[in-house]
Design a protein around this ligand. Sequence first.
Ligand SMILES: [Zn+2]
Ligand SMILES: [Zn+2]
Length: 176
Amino acid sequence: MERKLAKPKPQHNRPSWDEYFMEITELVSRRSTCLRRHVGAVVVKGKRILTTGYNGAPSGLKHCSEVGCLREQLNIPSGERQELCRASHAEQNAIIQAAQHGVSINGATIYSTHFPCVTCAKMIINAGIKKIIYQQGYPDQLSEQLLQEAGIELKKMTPVKLTLAADEPKARGKVK
Ligand SMILES: [Zn+2]
Ligand SMILES: [Zn+2]
């Protein structure tokens, strides 16, 4: 008897690898406690996630969302005087996580919701990361200059849309 295979269902909108990792990066950014922008970063090598990070205060310290942020109070423009904020950046946290767990990120790709600032750019270069995939720009010219000089591959993606059931007010609190 001839067995017939089930008819294939119409193709769902299967994400590409870049979309897949960027959607996860977007999800990671939702843990951010920054009063301004929520940034997420995911370090990937050989299609595997090695580390993740979002912008927030160092472990165990109070977040800007709890005690306020001096940059916000002083109305400091985006991209300037980052040392006044208690948070560390998403890219930094992803790199630090690799150090903490002894994971080599040499040769890896970093997915980030935003283009890195100059401090993160320097750390990315020295961590041996070879490629940056991002979706939002960031006002830091020196950063781009240094990354280009270091031969880091830069790729801008069109922002992925991430809609979660948890975003709908009705769904909140009902999740089992
Ligand atoms: Zn802050
Ligand atoms: Zn940064």
